[in-house]
Design a protein around this ligand. Structure first.
Ligand SMILES: C[S@@+](CC[C@H](N)C(=O)[O-])C[C@H]1O[C@@H](n2cnc3c(N)ncnc32)[C@H](O)[C@@H]1O
Length: 263
């Protein structure tokens, strides 16, 4: 337990240096904040629908990493789509991770990708995972304890109003979450803001394929609270925000998109 406190406190101490002055003013000592993560959100976000609500229950975070995410992702990616290990590989490849990198994992859930990135960037690097769900972060803090990674910090924050200074991250990942945000394009603006010139982004989100008939799209979106992006919508949004070499890989009803912010 003592090691756990030390590892999360060390990661948080380093992550605090990346915060805006305003966000830093809102922080409390890690020992006094929720166990293992720093809460910069305070209250609750307004729900965008059923899919997001599930993420704040106790049940889903408990089974998320082992059962929920692999099963649901398999269903939407199709039988030939990448498995979880391959998703990690895609993220690492798109981010071009190197030892010493400073990485942000937006909507990190229980930190399933965050911990992989922390191992890749080594002790000189730092990985910060942000999420709005207390129960997801509590689970992530427990996993972090078990992993004993001192270069990882978990922060409760809203993806559409990131609490970090401009240009402080070398890489930014947002997997399985953009379609849940109230304003995904405001979130992309924020992601661009906190990435340094030449920094890389990796996104995995929904995409509408021919099989999703146009009349079904609003029904799916309304029932789940999840947005279904048009096939070129995210690629175009990244290009508009100054990303270069934007690549897209489709797998069933999801897309992986990567790019590099123009130097
Ligand atoms: C399906 S999980 C994705 C977790 C992980 N990135 C993965 O790929 O498995 C989606 C996460 O998005 C978080 N989330 C939804 N809206 C958010 C917002 N506005 N700001 C921060 N996190 C948000 C949820 O709490 C949930 O943990």
């Amino acid at each position: 337990m003592a090691t756990a406190k030390r590892t999360s406190a060390e990661g948080l101490r380093r992550a605090r240096e990346l915060l805006t002055t305003e966000a830093a003013g809102r922080t409390v000592e890690p020992e006094a904040s929720a166990p293992g993560y720093l809460d910069l959100l305070g209250g609750e976000l307004e729900s965008t629908g059923a899919a997001q609500d599930l993420m704040t229950t106790r049940f889903v975070p408990a089974i998320y990493e082992r059962y929920w995410r692999p099963a649901l992702a398999r269903a939407v990616k199709g039988v030939t789509g990448p498995g979880m290990a391959e998703e990690v590989r895609i993220a690492r490849l798109l981010l071009g991770l190197a030892p010493g990198d400073v990485v942000l994992d937006v909507a990190c859930g229980p930190g399933n990708f965050t911990r992989e990135f922390a191992r890749a960037v080594g002790n000189d690097g730092l990985v910060v995972g942000i999420d709005a769900s207390r129960t997801m972060l509590a689970r992530g803090a427990a996993e972090l304890e078990a992993a004993g990674l001192a270069n990882l910090a978990l922060i409760r924050a809203d993806a559409t109003v990131l609490p970090f200074r401009e240009g402080v991250f070398d890489g930014l990942c947002c997997f399985a979450a953009l379609h849940l945000f109230a304003d995904p394009f405001a979130a992309l603006d924020e992601m661009r803001r906190v990435l340094r010139a030449g920094g890389r982004i990796a996104i995995m989100t929904s995409v509408r394929r021919q099989v999703t008939l146009p009349p079904l799209k609003p029904l799916i979106e309304r029932a789940s609270g999840m947005r279904v992006f048009e096939s070129d919508e995210i690629v175009g949004a990244l290009q508009e925000r100054g990303f270069e070499n934007v690549r897209q890989r489709l797998a069933g009803l999801v897309q992986f998109v990567g790019g590099r912010l123009a130097p």
